[in-house]
Design a protein around this ligand. Structure first.
Ligand SMILES: [Zn+2]
Length: 325
C-alpha cells in the first residue's frame, strides 16, 4: 500500500465516535466505531489516537505518512486551538483534541464543527455536489447546521458560525435549552429535548384528556421515561395526542428551517440526524408544508441527506481534503 496517500476522518458525537481511514480522493478504506470514552477529558483524544493507530496498522499504512487527522465534532468549539468548549454532550469543561493528536502521531490535525463538516461532505460526496448555496441541518440528539453561501463554507470567528439549533423559535421561552438559554429550537425539537415539549404540552392540555392517550397508558402514567421514539411510534399508531404533538413539533421545525432559509438563502437543504433518519416522513412533511408560512426567501428544495448516518464522517474526510491537503 506504500505510495498511496491516506488521511483520517473522525466524527465525534455525544455517544459514538466514528473513525475512518480514507484514501484520496475520499474512498473509505476502513471504519471503526466505538462509544466515546467519557472517563476523563484526556481519554477522548487518547481513544482517537488509539483508533487511528489501529486502522493504520490493520492496513499497513505508516501513521507518520498520513496527510492528517480531521475531527468533526458538535460545538461549541475553538477551531484555532482545536478544543471543545463546554460541550453539552460531554461531561467536561473543555476537551483538547488537535494538540494531543499532533503530538502523539506527528501529523497535522484540524477540528471543525460537525455540521459544517457535514455540509462540506454533502457538497463533496453527496446530494449537494455542484450547488453553490446549500444548508445541511441535523435533527438528532441536538440540532445543528452548516451553511455554504456562494460556494464558501461559513465558519465565523471561532468556527461556530451556524448554531442554528440555538435560533430562538419561541419568544416566550417556555423551555430551557441545554445551553442554558430559553426558547431555542433545540429545546423543543431535538431528540433529547422533545420529551420536555411533550410533558409541557400534556400539562397544558390537562390530565383528563391526557389520560385517554394510549401513549400515556403505555408509559403507565410515568412521563419521566418518555423518549422521542415513543412519541413517533405512538403517532405512527395514529394515537391522537401524539399525532397532534408531532404536527406541532413539525411547525416548530418549519420555523427553524424558515430562519435558515431567510439567513442563508439556499437552493437546497438536506436533513440528517437520527431523529430525521428514523422518521423521514413524519419529520420532513410538516416542514415542507409550513416553511413558506415563515420564510420570506424563495423556499429551497428540502430532502433527506444522501449520505445517511455517515454524513458526519464523510464531512470529516471532506474537511481534511479542504484543510489538510
Ligand atoms: Zn441553546
Amino acid at each position: 500500500m506504500s505510495g498511496k496517500k491516506y488521511l483520517v476522518g473522525v466524527d465525534l458525537g455525544g455517544t459514538w465516535v466514528r473513525v475512518v481511514l480514507s484514501d484520496f480522493p475520499g474512498h473509505f478504506v476502513e471504519k471503526a466505531n466505538e462509544k466515546v470514552d467519557k472517563t476523563r477529558s484526556e481519554a477522548v483524544s487518547a481513544q482517537l489516537i488509539r483508533l487511528v493507530r489501529f486502522l493504520c496498522k490493520k492496513h499497513g499504512v505508516d501513521v507518520r505518512a498520513l496527510r492528517g487527522v480531521s475531527i468533526a465534532s458538535a460545538g461549541p468549539l475553538d477551531m484555532e486551538r482545536g478544543i471543545l468548549v463546554n460541550p453539552p454532550n460531554l461531561p467536561f469543561d473543555s476537551v483538547m483534541l488537535t494538540e494531543p493528536v499532533k503530538e502523539a502521531l506527528g501529523v497535522p490535525a484540524c477540528l471543525v464543527n460537525d455540521c459544517a463538516a457535514a455540509a462540506l461532505g454533502e457538497t463533496t460526496f453527496g446530494a449537494a455536489r455542484g450547488i453553490e448555496n446549500f444548508v445541511y441541518i441535523t435533527i438528532s440528539t441536538g440540532i445543528g447546521g452548516g451553511a455554504i453561501v456562494n460556494g464558501t463554507l461559513l465558519l465565523g470567528k471561532d468556527g461556530n458560525g451556524h448554531e442554528v439549533g440555538h435560533f430562538v423559535i419561541d419568544y416566550q421561552g417556555r423551555l430551557t435549552c441545554g445551553c442554558g438559554r430559553r426558547g431555542h429550537w433545540e429545546a423543543y425539537c431535538s431528540g433529547r429535548n422533545m420529551p420536555n415539549y411533550v410533558r409541557m404540552r400534556f400539562e397544558e392540555i390537562g390530565p383528563k384528556t391526557v389520560r385517554t392517550s394510549a401513549l400515556y397508558k403505555q408509559l403507565g402514567g410515568d412521563l419521566s421515561q418518555l423518549c422521542a421514539a415513543d412519541l413517533f411510534n405512538a403517532a405512527r399508531r395514529r394515537d391522537k395526542l401524539p399525532l397532534m404533538l408531532v404536527a406541532e413539533i413539525g411547525v416548530l421545525n418549519a420555523i427553524g428551517f424558515a430562519n435558515a432559509t431567510n439567513a442563508y438563502d439556499p437552493s437546497l437543504i438536506t436533513v440528517g440526524g437520527t431523529v430525521t433518519l428514523k422518521n423521514v416522513k413524519a419529520v420532513l412533511a410538516p416542514i415542507r408544508k409550513h416553511v413558506s408560512d415563515y420564510a420570506i426567501n424563495r423556499v429551497p428544495e428540502i430532502k433527506v441527506t444522501s449520505l445517511g448516518e455517515n454524513v458526519g464522517v464523510y464531512g470529516a474526510v471532506a474537511a481534511a481534503l479542504k484543510y489538510l491537503s
